[in-house]
Design a protein around this ligand. Sequence first.
Ligand code: HEM
Length: 141
Amino acid sequence: MQKHVVAIILAIVLWQPLCQAQVGNSLYQQLGERAGINELMTTFVLEIAEDERVIEHFRNVDIERFHHMLGEHLCELTGGPCTYTGADMVEVHRGMAITRSEFNAIVENLIKAMEHHQLPTATQNRLLSTLAELHGEIVGQ
Ligand code: HEM
């Protein structure tokens, strides 16, 4: 009996730092911090540029600013040490009448970019679910 108690206490003591390490492992870190996000956004923007389904929206966009703002936004959103200085999501997408299919096309582009950078599936899913929460602020505005 005493052996079991010791084993349980040992398991708890050993398990705790493991759990704490996971909490510290932010999505920002999993994406490779600012440099990783920057590279991911470069590939993402290139994917968008080749996508006939959405390219019309980006015809007159300052791509350099767009790329920078995307990175800043993602950095803040994933727990990184950044302050997003761009426009509010509803405000910037207002009047674009973005459809669900267009939103899905953008998500597909992001998945392609994440695959290109060989991000683990768990990291990809974490990012996708974070962005899915923005759906209502972007589609149909
Ligand atoms: C989760 C999905 C999305 C996120 C997180 C997102 C985020 C952003 C961010 C951070 C900006 C920069 C704002 C600024 O310059 O101040 C932006 C701009 C823009 N977004 Fe999105 N966006 C998303 C989906 C979409 C979709 C689906 C489309 C169209 C198919 C789209 C079209 C645009 C365009 C055209 C701009 C440039 C606006 C301009 O500079 O005038 N976005 N978006």
